[in-house]
Design a binder for this molecule. Structure first.
Ligand SMILES: O=C(O)CCC(=O)C(=O)O
Ligand SMILES: [Fe+2]
Length: 302
């Protein structure tokens, strides 16, 4: 029996919370949900445009620390840096297998009603996933977050409507954080792990915004396992003639850093993807601002 049921396939879901995470109000780890499906982790060819609107490849970056970075800018202050092979293939495979089996994954519930993407991309947060009991979709059905999650690091409290307790970093994730910080040239104090068990798990269009992340947050996003489509949608859906869209397949062992004003104008998502032979784990490293952090290790540590 699958203890982590899928949301019902009730058609197209209206989207765009300002935060795509939130630590689950739930739940015991589910052995069946976290159980390996297959662990095929082949590296995809580097980078492919489906359509290119807005984002331009500006340069191939090399540094003494981490080579092989491709930089994209949207001309409006948004900046992506992508390392297709940030981790060696073997290491990425070991890490994927280890995190998949050793993490006490839980499945979140709860996303408040959404507002229009155009408004949400620029206004203060009015919508977000929250640790409520369930998410009521456009068809009125109650569904669970369509992936498994875990967070480590800084608690979020102190006035934010998003709350979670401090959770101790496992040594391997802490070590990874240091490497991502070196590449991104930023400090991080929080990580969210998303486990997409198979082709039916996904993440809806959203921005990684919220007062507790500051106005131009840098997000370090490390991918392990099956390459999934990472789609950026221009948040202004009234834009003519077409909604600009940019797409990267995030490769096994790759690192993507979103920075500058990216979160103001672009929604991102990981859609369902047919014919996938494996799961995927993504770690998004963030920096939670002091005013919203809560280091009281007694709070909601799980
Ligand atoms: O899985 C991914 O690549 C995206 C994760 C993400 O957008 C998030 O955690 O906010
Ligand atoms: Fe996100």
């Amino acid at each position: 029996m699958d203890a982590a049921p899928r949301p019902p396939a009730t058609g197209k879901r209206k989207q765009s919370s300002l935060l795509a995470f939130f630590p689950a109000a739930s739940t015991a780890p589910s052995p069946s949900a976290a159980a390996p499906k297959k662990s095929k982790t082949t590296r995809e060819p580097a980078l492919r445009f489906v359509r290119e609107h807005g984002w331009k490849k500006v340069k191939q970056e090399t540094s003494s620390e981490v080579d092989g970075c491709v930089v994209y800018e949207d001309g409006e202050g948004g900046r992506l840096r992508y390392w297709p092979a940030f981790l060696p293939n073997d290491e990425a495979t070991r890490l994927y297998d280890h995190l998949r089996t050793s993490t006490a994954w839980s499945q979140g519930h709860g996303r408040t009603a959404t507002s229009s993407p155009t408004a949400s991309a620029t206004a203060s947060p009015t919508t977000a996933e929250s640790p409520g009991p369930s998410y009521v979709n456009a068809q009125g059905a109650r569904v669970s977050t369509p992936r498994m999650q875990k967070h480590y690091g800084r608690g979020i409290a102190g006035g934010s409507k998003f709350r979670c307790g401090y959770r101790e970093w496992p040594a391997d994730v802490w070590a990874l954080k240091a490497r991502v910080e070196t590449a991104a040239d930023r400090s991080f104090n929080f990580v969210l792990l998303n486990f997409y068990r198979d082709q039916d798990d996904y993440m809806s269009p959203h921005t990684d915004a919220g007062q507790f992340l500051g106005s131009n947050p840098a997000i370090g996003s490390l991918s392990l396992g099956a390459a999934r489509r990472f789609v950026l949608h221009y948040a202004d859906r009234t834009a003519k003639p077409a909604v600009p869209r940019f797409e990267l397949p995030l490769a096994h062992g790759s690192l993507l850093v979103m920075a500058g004003s990216t979160q103001h104008r672009w929604l991102h998502s990981v859609p369902k993807q047919r014919a996938l032979a494996a799961g995927r784990i993504n770690l998004t490293f963030r920096f939670v601002l002091d005013a919203f952090g809560d280091d009281d290790r007694g709070i909601a540590s799980q």
